[in-house]
Design a protein around this ligand. Structure first.
Ligand SMILES: Cc1ncc(COP(=O)(O)O)c(C=O)c1O
Length: 446
């Protein structure tokens, strides 16, 4: 596998030129040596026709896509581009601009829809909580039968490792001629398992992957992938990304994505499959030790410790004392994201930790359930309104202006334009959300 971006930057840094161009650090420092700008030969991300285009083509080959594009600003940038492209496709096809979306969506989807004046019609995960649960092909079909949408938007895997039946949902979308967008931020690696589980292989049309979450890439590295069903939108991809991206994308991140291609073409897939096997055995040991494991995502270890008498926060604190730092925890879950880049001994030590941890009486509390809050005004109107941040106890009956939820997990209990209900306040309190941005009173109502 060639690495054109990495080669160009290495040669440039090795020649030790006088850098009379950005960035201001002039290459002083270990990482800074490889941090350049759009000098001749370095191509330009949003008008790529040189080394970047070549590297993206390598990525497309590895991921088996119709085309793949790099983002140096995470999957967040790709989500904004996907919402824009769905809206564009709706205009071209004479469809309404509303997107049918799983409610376990990352807040970037909510703000992207708001910024573009796209409405979201929500599908709540069945048998789940705010963060995770099943969105079935049947539930999608019931909605598509009733009306037309610009696109369906599914988050899979979700933050806890829940996975949707993407092939089933893709088949439904194909039957109804609806574009399927997938937030696969957590699942870039799924392509490289024994059986390809990537949403593109399942039939999704446009997919975003955070390379940095599960592949050996620098934070910020991500992909916008196109399947065969969205070929007509490929010519618009760079424009869609450039609309929301910085004009100074990081070459350190582009170089990192370029080098990931080499890893994916050589030994990473094999290491990944081995780690998956080890992790599957580890999950069995953790469950046998009395700590049930949640979710079908192979590389995520999500433990539900209440069965053994611990909250997620207590478990995460105990793990931290032993040097294991979780990706995320809340009252019910502790989420760990190992990768082939962890030492194999780490997984053995993790299994031993759970086996040695004393079991206590199970904790019976469960997360509060709340119906979807009623919509009071369009998403865009609420997001762009004059708003005030208030303690949640003062928010009942007010209209939510912005998703007041931090990252992780960044799944908002109340979305822009919805009325904050007593049930939603209970959910926010449970997840430690203390304040909410609400529309200032004079702006209330449509
Ligand atoms: C489900 C989901 N989608 C999208 C994102 C955004 O990804 P990025 O951090 O690459 O912008 C995240 C980040 O945590 C996420 O969990």
């Amino acid at each position: 596998m060639d690495t054109p971006i990495s080669d160009f930057i290495r040669e440039y840094a090795g020649a030790d030129p006088v850098r009379l161009h950005m960035p201001g650090h002039k290459g002083a420092g270990d990482a800074e040596r490889f941090d350049i700008t759009e000098i001749p030969g370095a191509d330009s991300l949003y008008e790529a026709d040189g080394i970047i285009a070549q590297s993206e083509k390598n990525a497309a080959g590895l991921f088996g896509t119709a085309a793949s594009f790099y983002s140096a600003e995470g999957a967040s940038l790709c989500i904004r581009a996907m919402v824009y492209l769905a809206q564009l496709a709706a205009k071209r096809r004479g469809l309404p601009e509303t997107i049918l979306a799983g409610r376990n969506a990352h807040k970037t989807f909510v703000t992207a829809a708001g910024l573009m004046g796209t409405e979201a019609d929500w599908l709540s995960p069945e048998n789940g909580t705010l963060l995770s649960g099943v969105i079935s092909p049947a539930a999608v079909e019931a909605k598509l039968k009733a009306r037309r949408y610009a696109a369906v938007y599914i988050t899979s895997p979700d933050y806890l490792g829940g996975m949707a039946d993407m092939a089933g949902i893709a088949a439904v979308c194909k039957r109804y001629g609806t574009l399927l967008l997938a937030d696969n931020a957590h699942g870039a690696y799924l392509r490289f398992l024994e059986t390809d589980q990537h949403p593109i292989a399942a039939g999704a049309d446009i997919v975003c992957d955070s390379a940095h979450k599960t592949l050996p890439a620098l934070t910020g590295g991500a992909y916008l992938h196109f399947g065969a069903g969205a070929k007509d939108l490929i010519p618009e991809a760079r424009h869609a990304l450039a609309l929301f991206g910085s004009t100074s994308p990081s070459y350190l991140i582009l170089r990192s994505l370029d080098e990931v291609n080499r890893a994916l073409a050589t030994d990473f897939p094999q290491q990944l499959r081995q780690t998956c096997k080890t992790l599957a055995a580890l999950k069995r040991r953790v469950a046998a030790a009395g700590f049930p494991v949640y979710g079908a995502e192979p590389m995520k270890l999500t433990v539900t410790p209440k069965a053994a008498g611990y909250t997620g926060a207590e478990l995460a604190a105990l793990l931290a004392k032993k040097g294991f730092i979780c990706e995320y925890f809340d009252p019910d879950y502790a989420v760990m994201m190992p990768s082939p880049c962890n030492e194999p001994a780490v997984l053995e030590a993790l299994a031993a930790f759970f086996e040695a941890l004393p079991k206590k009486a199970p904790l019976k509390s469960t997360p509060p359930r709340s119906d979807l809050p009623p919509k009071a005004m369009p998403l865009r109107q609420a997001l762009l309104s004059d708003c005030e941040k208030l303690p949640i106890r003062q928010c009942e009956g007010r209209v939510c202006a912005a998703p007041c939820v931090s990252c992780p997990p960044a799944v908002p209990p109340v979305c822009c334009g919805e009325t904050v209900t007593a049930g939603a306040i209970e959910v926010m309190r449970y997840y430690g959300i203390t304040h909410c941005c609400v529309v200032k009173e004079p702006d209330r109502g449509i």
